[in-house]
Design a protein around this ligand. Structure first.
Ligand code: AN0
Ligand code: CP
Length: 311
């Protein structure tokens, strides 16, 4: 495992350059992917398009006489000239569901840059996060070969994804990906997966096939081994916040109904709005090792991509 020998493949990325392109802010994804690339011997360049790049036009057929300065056709193609692999972070605009769920921007970037692309969270998915989450669950479950010796002694852990309150409309990308990966793990008999949220926050069916949805949070949390906390905006009333989410913030009192559940969150987290500080600072929280595992997730993915590149 890469975690045991981080530098084992440090020759793999020699003379290879990774470009990380951010259209939105990031702490974990930026640093973990950068460090993963360095462990593999790659060079890394970071482009903060939102702050330092030219305003990007993504639609075809427009006369660019407004605020956009450069078209994605040229911008992506040019970045592809300098890099062997590119990563892109592009949040949804949360205005037009069709546009966001078609992954129009991400797909255009892939098409025009002409090099392999890794998602650093796109409009509908955050796969590097979900891989890190799966590693974290494995390390804390004794039915896994990666069990660290601490955590749950159970043949099949119960994993619950719970909606949490927030003041801003957030993407569905993190819960979509988490659900997609957990449904797959469930179909392989590794765990049981339950989703809980207030009515109106149903995720797109393509990501939740096989998941059990329970609207009563206390019912869903009963006997849980892992609780994954995340806010998302509505998919059906696209991009909207439907209520103030009162009573949905996970507290240590709620943990009493669970199997001493370990608590996860992708971060950044708003303390005492999404998740109580008592839980975050307490022994049940996995948020820091979970963020630490972002490194190994990114390194595993970059390693695979490097192995497929012509040398
Ligand atoms: C983003 C989201 O919910 O998708 C990024 C999470 C990794 N979160 C915020 O914008 C707060
Ligand atoms: N979890 C996550 O992707 O964090 P950042 O937005 O800080 O990269």
């Amino acid at each position: 495992m890469l975690k045991q020998s981080p530098y084992k493949f440090q020759d793999l990325g020699k003379n290879k350059t990774l470009g990380l392109v951010f259209l939105n802010p990031s702490l974990r994804t930026r640093l973990s992917t950068q460090k993963a690339a360095l462990n593999l011997g790659m060079h890394v360049m970071v482009m903060n398009m939102d702050k330092e790049g030219w305003a990007l036009e993504t639609q075809d057929g427009v006369v660019m006489n407004g605020t956009t300065v450069e078209h994605i056709r040229e911008a992506a193609a040019v970045m592809g000239q300098y890099c062997d692999i590119l990563g892109l972070r592009s949040f949804p605009k949360l205005q037009d569901r069709e546009e966001d769920y078609s992954e129009d921007l991400f797909n255009k970037f892939v098409k025009f840059c002409n090099v392999p692309v890794v998602s650093l969270e796109s409009a509908t998915r955050h796969p590097l996060q979900s891989l890190a989450d799966l590693i974290t669950i494995s390390e804390n479950s004794n039915n896994s070969p990666y069990f660290s010796g601490q955590g749950h002694v159970k043949a099949k852990p119960k994993v619950v994804l719970t909606w949490a309150p927030h003041v801003k409309p957030l993407p569905q990308a993190v819960p979509n990906s988490f659900s997609e990966w957990m449904c797959r793990a469930q179909s392989e008999g590794l765990l049981d997966f339950v989703i809980t949220h207030p009515e109106g926050y149903e995720l797109a069916e393509e990501f939740t096939q096989g998941a059990k949805v329970v609207y009563k949070q206390d019912e869903a949390l009963a006997d849980a081994d892992f609780i994954y906390v995340k806010n998302w905006s509505s998919y059906s009333e696209y991009g909207k916040i439907l209520n103030d989410g009162e009573g949905w913030m996970l507290t240590d009192k709620m943990l009493e109904q669970t199997n001493a559940a370990k608590v996860m969150h992708c971060l950044p987290v708003r303390r005492d709005l999404e998740l109580s500080s008592k839980i975050l600072d307490g022994p049940n929280s996995l948020v820091i090792p979970e963020a630490g595992n972002r490194l190994w997730a990114a390194q595993a993915v970059l390693k695979r991509m490097l192995e497929k590149l012509p040398s």
